[in-house]
Design a protein around this ligand. Structure first.
Ligand SMILES: Cc1cc2nc3c(=O)[nH]c(=O)nc-3n(C[C@H](O)[C@H](O)[C@H](O)COP(=O)(O)O)c2cc1C
Length: 425
């Protein structure tokens, strides 16, 4: 039989997804009504789309609609054809990406627990084993979305490398992301540059703590989110990443080799020992290491019943970044600096001075006094300053987006450095 007439739209809007096979898994949410549009937009950008539906999804939209939309037959149950393996098994015809959209609370939690009892969950389980990228676009009522178990399961899946798109929380609902956001995420995932492949990165992230006594610490508000976003971005671009991680609240991806530390001294020792034991191409020091530590650390819990006031004298901690070039002069060093309510000019001036002191190659500075910027937030706004005092402004954006821009700059600088070296030879 000739090609299904519905496929005449393939590639009419772009070639980004040319020859890519995308499996669209639909579960039982009313947001399934958006699936024909999602499928056909992916097709317009060049993809071939195959639909898999859970039994509940089939009660909301009819499989005929998706067969019409994609021009391919729809998987509504598993049969002797072992459809889950045909689509997502380890073979030359396997899908390039699995997109679960809309994803119900039920299906997200089942995937996180390794349960596969619908065509959708079976395809996703198989995709995990075949290393096929998995994207999930949740949709549900807000009350379902804020369930702590679901939250835990989403975190678990993120740590396994699954990417979540949206949702948009409005009108009491965690609505499925807009079609454009979903399609952009698929395009980004399938066309991501591999400009960090064969590069070894050492990233520090999260806050450190300094002990007053065995149970009390001085620390800061860092969540580790910016550093983890850098790690995720670097991994997706092919880097091999070691993360020296303070007590952050963000789960780091399992693909990174993680060394956990508590104090600034421990973080510094871990960084120096890593730099001495293997060659790192890039160090990105994102950690908000505690700058001050008590001069005296009590070996017992200081009781308020025994002393009425407690004077704690603080001394500065080691500056971790100052050790990097001393131990490994060839490593490209990116340091982060947080300032509080400075003018743009002062922010950049003080960052540049610090860059020179540490012999860093780039410094990323932000003003944590601004709304939505820095510690514990989902977003960030930064200025990237180089050795020539050239400044790149990255406006307020999700931290992963900011991480992408920072790595774009690092990638360019490394390329220039390598080409300068080879022309000198
Ligand atoms: C009309 C209708 C709309 C629903 N919308 C949602 C939804 O948006 N999100 C959700 O998590 N569950 C929703 N549900 C409940 C799920 O369909 C139900 O949990 C089902 O067991 C999910 O199965 P599945 O994940 O295998 O598709 C809806 C149910 C109905 C009947």
């Amino acid at each position: 039989m000739s090609t299904h007439p519905s496929k005449d739209i393939i590639g009419t809007k772009g070639k980004e997804l040319k020859s890519k096979r995308v499996v669209l898994c639909i579960t039982g949410s009313v947001a399934a009504v958006q699936c024909p549009e999602i499928a056909r937009t992916l097709m317009r950008h060049g993809a071939e789309v195959f639909t898999v539906m859970s039994p509940m999804a089939q009660k909301i939209i009819h499989p005929y609609l998706m067969e019409w939309a994609t021009g391919n037959s729809v998987v509504t149950e598993l049969t002797g054809k072992i459809e889950h393996v045909a689509l997502a098994g380890e073979h030359s015809e396997k899908a390039d990406l699995v997109l679960v959209a809309p994803a119900t609370a039920n299906t997200i939690s089942k995937i996180a627990c390794g349960i596969d009892d619908t065509p959708v969950t079976s395809v996703v389980s198989t995709a995990f084993g075949s290393n096929i990228p998995i994207l999930i676009a949740p949709a549900m009522h807000e009350s379902m979305y804020t369930h702590p178990i679901l939250d835990e399961n989403i975190k678990k899946l993120k740590a396994l490398g699954v990417e979540f798109i949206g949702p948009r929380v409005e009108e009491g609902k965690a609505k499925i992301a807009e079609t454009k956001e979903i399609v952009d995420a698929v395009i980004r995932k399938l066309t991501v540059k591999q400009d960090f492949s064969e590069l070894k990165l050492l990233v520090t992230a999260g806050p450190t703590v300094e002990y007053i006594d065995p149970v009390r610490v001085i620390t800061n508000k860092s969540s580790g989110r910016m550093g983890v976003a850098i790690v995720e971005e670097a991994l997706s671009r092919g880097a091999e990443v070691t993360l020296v991680y303070g007590l952050g609240r963000t789960v780091p991806p399992r693909k990174a080799r993680t060394i956990s530390v508590e104090t600034t001294e421990q973080m510094c020792d871990a960084v120096v020992s890593e730099l001495k034991s293997r060659r790192y191409d890039v160090v990105i020091a994102v950690a908000a290491a505690a700058d001050w530590t008590p001069e005296k650390r009590y070996s017992y819990k200081v009781s308020t019943h025994k002393v009425s006031t407690l004077n704690v004298r603080l001394k500065p901690t080691k500056k971790i970044v100052d050790y990097v070039k001393k131990v490994s002069s060839e490593t490209f060093l990116v340091m982060f600096r947080a300032e509080y309510k400075l003018s743009r000019k002062d922010l950049i001036e003080s960052a540049y001075r610090r860059l020179l002191e540490s012999e860093a190659d780039l410094i990323v500075v932000n003003d944590v006094g601004k709304k939505g910027v820095g510690f514990g937030t989902e977003t960030n706004e930064v200025f990237i300053v180089d050795k020539e005092k050239k400044v790149i402004h990255v406006p307020l954006a999700p931290k992963r987006e900011v991480a992408r821009k920072i790595l774009d700059v690092v990638s360019e600088k490394i390329k220039t450095r390598v080409s300068r070296k080879s022309t000198r030879r």
